[in-house]
Design a binder for this molecule. Structure first.
Ligand code: C2E
Ligand code: MG
Length: 268
């Protein structure tokens, strides 16, 4: 059977995207930006989340919404994710060597986590960068929790955060059995926090429920003072969002750190 023209066209397009992405890694076109996380009680610097960007030769800098799905569907996320993890660990170790001490969070796709070699990738990234495992947080989605690599990962001493968590969808009982150290409240939930009846109260019960189990709650995507005030009232301990800072390259984070009057890091 002969392929329909549109199908072969799609395939050609798909394979050219695959080649583009493979070339991007070799040509050093990927880079990481870091978004500060702030302690909502003290305003101190509490950590950073590493986020990938692609400096595309024709299109300029593009974000993961434009290429992450392709990386995942082609399996290229394994090598690109390994690079991102190693780069973030080295950057974290460099900040720590200069006396700053805060956690670095790295996003991990299900495609990475499900592979046997993933735990080795994490161990190698830690060993080669000399980053303390206690200072690395892996952000994963709820569906990744069932992966068998999960417990091997925890035995390395790194922390695990569940990303994009919506307390209006997931029941509080589930938190009871979540084997994670951090819960990150989803940006879309925070966006409607002050307009949705009952949402702040939901956050409040979630925070006290999580606290009893030693889980930290972090809000993402905080954009305005109303959301911030509400999260502070409900005792959410940390947050990130454009109200504090957009993601920046490491050199700009350095500048920000220098300007930070209160800094939560423990000196080494
Ligand atoms: P995420 O882990 O939920 O990351 C937060 C996203 O929200 C980031 O988008 C960040 O730039 C954006 N953001 C932060 N604060 C605000 C705010 O106040 N308002 C708005 N409108 N947006 C805000 P970004 O960088 O485009 O990343 C999108 C997603 O791509 C991430 O969502 C994460 O799931 C994934 N991702 C990013 N980097 C990596 C990576 O290195 N590996 C993997 N596997 N996934 C990654
Ligand atoms: Mg994340």
């Amino acid at each position: 059977m002969v392929d329909e023209p549109s199908t072969s066209g799609d395939r050609a397009h798909e394979s050219s995207r695959t080649i583009d992405l493979a070339r991007a890694l070799v040509a050093n076109q990927f880079f990481l930006v870091y978004q500060p996380m702030i302690d909502l009680r003290t305003n101190a610097f509490a950590g950073v989340e590493a986020l990938i960007r692609w400096r595309h030769p024709e299109r300029g800098v593009i974000g993961p919404s434009e290429f992450l799905a392709d990386l995942e569907s082609t399996g290229q996320i394994v090598s690109v994710g390994r690079w991102a993890l190693a780069t973030a660990c080295h950057q974290g170790a460099e900040w720590h060597a200069r006396g700053y001490r805060f956690r670095v969070s790295v996003n991990i796709s299900f495609e990475q986590l499900r592979r046997d070699e993933f735990v080795d990738d994490v161990a190698v990234a830690l060993a080669s960068s000399r980053l303390d495992p206690d200072d690395l947080v892996l952000e994963i989605s709820r569906s990744s929790l069932a992966e068998r690599n999960f417990s091997r990962l925890r035995s390395l001493g790194v922390h695990v955060a569940i990303d994009d968590f919506r307390p209006d969808i997931v029941s509080l009982d589930e938190i009871e059995i979540l084997p994670v150290d951090v819960i990150k409240l989803d940006r879309s939930f925070i966006a409607n926090l002050t307009e949705t009846k009952g949402a702040p109260a939901l956050v409040h019960s979630m925070v006290s429920f999580a606290r009893k189990r030693g889980i930290q709650v972090i809000a993402s995507g905080i954009e305005d003072a109303g959301q911030l005030r509400s999260l502070q009232l409900e005792e959410v301990s940390a947050g990130q969002g454009f109200i504090f800072s957009e993601p920046h390259e490491a050199a700009d984070i350095d500048r920000l750190l220098r300007d930070f009057s209160i800094f939560s890091g423990r000196p080494l």
